[in-house]
Write a protein that binds this ligand. Structure first.
Ligand SMILES: Nc1ncnc2c1ncn2[C@@H]1O[C@H](COP(=O)(O)OP(=O)(O)OP(=O)(O)O)[C@@H](O)[C@H]1O
Ligand code: SF4
Ligand SMILES: [Mg+2]
Length: 328
């Protein structure tokens, strides 16, 4: 299958008074056409900054230091601001964790969705208004005419998130980046939104980069997984390999899997949580970044940094001693 997005050895840093913060520190991953890639990892692992790098939504003190991002074969990481704004509007859109940060509080839903439609699909104001209602129907809003006339503050969190999805899909993107799109919502609404995103992906063939803390959600949503730790991808594979089939697994992924209550069916067994904390970004360990928390760490791990290496087709692990499945 063709690759829609390819990130190779990406380094995105923040320059701060206290030193360089290596938010993205050698990320390599790819997304196939029509696939969902789940990106998972603890807080601070660089998930959002990888997404921001794709769209070049950077702070003033932030830039790409090394590596490249290819979209449909073109190196977009070299694009200037004007070229990038075309990519953002037409090819790649993003849903943020908190919809109020991207919905404008002073405009109605209609105005916000219509603007995208007029700009990117060349519709007239009237056509856009009608289509905006259609988009709201597509994201299963029960009273689309009324919601279309509403301001964001008049809507519930779940409705706002649906409006965000409608807006993100209005330009018919080839890639939708969803950064923890449901963490602020309650469990029932979360399930509905996830179902809806899967349905839209099937109908429109959109590829999705789905960012979450929750491997359980990845299991439900994704075709492929990238596990991140300290600004790097430590393991990437098709979902089935990560959850059951692979012969080997990264020690960090093993830790994440044993911390999922839903997958841990033996209720008498104690839920294992990865000990220790993510290192401070200004004080990263030498060698493997996971070594201080890894129960399999050796002297080699503390001295040298492992590379992301393919262990079987489509499955790569960044570790000197991947864990053999079923063996503790
Ligand atoms: N504006 C900023 N200035 C300096 N460092 C930043 C800034 N934003 C993020 N970082 C750092 O970049 C690293 C990666 O952050 P990022 O937001 O990508 O993590 P994340 O995996 O998305 O975490 P979370 O799950 O909490 O959203 C962290 O060490 C963070 O402290
Ligand atoms: S390289 Fe060593 S420390 Fe790092 S994850 Fe593998 S076994 Fe653990
Ligand atoms: Mg984040």
């Amino acid at each position: 299958m063709a690759k829609l997005l390819e990130i190779n050895n990406l380094h995105t840093y923040f320059e701060t008074k206290r030193g360089l913060i290596k938010a993205v520190n050698g990320v390599s991953l790819s997304i196939e056409e029509g696939h969902t890639l789940g990106v998972v990892g603890e807080s601070g692992s660089g998930k959002s900054q990888t997404a921001m790098s794709i769209l070049k939504l950077f702070e003033k003190n932030q830039k790409i230091y090394d590596g490249e991002i290819k979209f449909q074969g073109k190196v977009i990481s070299n694009y200037n601001a004007k070229e990038m704004s075309k990519v953002r509007g037409n090819d790649i859109s993003m849903i943020f964790q908190e919809p109020m940060t991207s919905l404008n509080p002073i405009f109605t839903v209609n105005r916000q969705i219509s603007e995208v439609l007029m700009l990117h699909q060349g519709m007239s104001k009237k056509e856009a208004e009608q289509h905006s209602i259609e988009m709201l129907k597509a994201v299963k809003i029960a009273n689309p005419e009324q919601v279309n006339k509403s301001y964001p503050f008049q809507l519930s969190g779940g409705m706002r998130q649906r409006v965000m999805i409608a807006m993100a899909l209005a330009c018919k993107p080839k890639l939708l980046i969803a950064d923890e799109p449901t963490t602020a919502l309650d469990v029932t609404i979360q399930a509905q939104i996830l179902y809806l995103m899967n349905e839209l992906k099937r109908e429109m063939g959109t590829s999705i980069m789905f960012i979450t803390h929750d491997l359980g959600v990845i299991n439900q949503m994704a075709d492929d997984v990238a596990v991140m730790y300290c600004g790097q991808v430590v393991e990437t594979a098709p979902v089935d390999k990560i959850f059951q089939d692979s012969e080997h697994i990264h020690p960090y992924t093993e830790g994440l899997l044993t911390s999922i209550p839903r997958l841990n069916t033996d209720r008498s067994s104690k839920l294992e949580v990865i000990p220790g904390a993510v290192p401070h970004p200004l004080n990263l360990p030498k060698g493997c970044k996971f070594a201080p928390r890894c129960k399999y760490a050796t002297a080699e791990c503390r001295e040298n940094e492992p590379e992301l290496k393919e262990v079987s087709p489509g499955h790569a692990i960044r570790c000197f001693h991947p864990v053999k499945r079923g063996k503790q």
